[in-house]
Design a protein around this ligand. Structure first.
Ligand SMILES: C[S@@+](CC[C@H](N)C(=O)[O-])C[C@H]1O[C@@H](n2cnc3c(N)ncnc32)[C@H](O)[C@@H]1O
Length: 305
């Protein structure tokens, strides 16, 4: 076992401190509504929550009367966009978060939106729901916040971690210490019991880029293990999506995955290739596009059904 092995937990940070999502540049807040500078630069005309709803509907996962749970809802932007644009098919909406301040903010944000959401203060690591309670669970940009074991020596893994790796046939590096998304793996195990379908999106350590934008792979590590993302007051880790896929498949589930850019329904423009590859911009709009592409190219979506 590595001398430096430890558990990265963001629980104290999220439960006790004010969370500022603007410092974290979440895709959800960057595209919270069509008037944000980045949404305008990209030509996005619907809020992120509506785009996620469009995507889920296109996959047949927003069926009339469905019971939807969102975990780790931040400022409530995703659920607001989803309910305003797809509320006709949502029978019941539930929102769970660890942060008391954010639960209050989510309640205020969603108060006038129909159908009304039910708000729960809960830790994803100890969810208080029964099996089969939901038709769809949304976990947007949260998996990297969950418990991550850091500094694991692949040749001397602790017994409980080694059992998980063997049980699901998870790949590990051949040398050097690595980080393991224990909380995300445990969450997927639980969601396979709790819900009919799951939509999860996050920064990945094994990203895939859209076929229409191959230049986004330039300089991108596409088969790596979770990387630390230092943020204000806490650290997050990128998520190894291949591990989550294997866990869900072992539970008899069907899994689909791809680049988050697909969910945004972006039609890439020729100028984007130049902005991205030349790292050149002459306007603020081009700078926003370049920054966003560089950020979002690491993100993936995962659908479990
Ligand atoms: C990076 S923010 C993402 C917020 C939102 N989903 C978005 O996409 O903008 C992470 C969110 O997950 C919540 N969170 C983090 N750890 C959690 C846990 N263990 N249980 C429940 N919520 C958690 C935080 O309070 C915050 O609302």
């Amino acid at each position: 076992m590595s001398l430096f092995m430890h558990l990265n937990s963001t629980k104290t940070y999220h439960a006790r401190f004010p969370v500022d999502l603007m410092t974290e540049c979440t895709v959800c807040e960057t595209l919270a509504h069509p008037g944000t500078p980045t949404a305008r630069a990209l030509g996005i005309t619907r809020p992120y929550g509506a785009l996620v709803g469009d995507f889920l509907r296109s996959k047949g996962l927003l069926a009339p009367g469905c019971r939807v749970l969102e975990l780790g809802c931040g400022y409530g932007s995703l659920m607001e966009g989803l309910l305003r644009h797809h509320g006709d098919v949502v029978g019941r909406a539930f929102m769970a978060d660890l942060s008391p301040r954010l639960v209050t903010r989510q309640r205020e944000r969603l108060s006038g939106v129909s159908p009304r959401a039910l708000h729960v203060m809960a830790d994803i690591h100890e969810l208080p729901f029964r099996g089969g309670a939901f038709d769809l669970v949304i976990v947007n940009e949260v998996a990297g916040d969950l418990d991550t074991i850091v500094g694991v020596d692949a040749s001397a893994m602790p017994g409980d971690l080694s059992s998980i790796v063997e049980k699901y046939g998870l790949e590990t590096p051949t040398s050097g210490p690595f980080a393991f998304n224990l909380g995300a793996v445990r969450l997927v195990e639980e969601l396979c019991v709790l819900s009919g379908a799951v939509f999860l999106s996050e920064h990945s350590s094994d990203p895939v880029v859209p076929a229409s934008m191959p230049y986004l792979a330039t300089g991108l590590a596409v088969d790596s293990f979770p990387r630390r993302i230092p943020l204000s007051g806490h650290d997050e880790y990128t998520v190894r999506f291949s591990h989550l896929e294997k866990v869900a498949r072992s539970h008899g589930r069907t899994v689909h995955t791809g680049p988050l850019i697909e969910v945004l329904g972006l039609e890439p423009r020729p100028s984007w290739r130049f902005i991205f590859t030349a790292k050149a911009c002459s306007t603020e709009e081009q700078a926003l596009i370049g920054e966003f592409l560089d950020h979002v190219r690491e993100y993936r979506w995962l659908l479990i059904s």
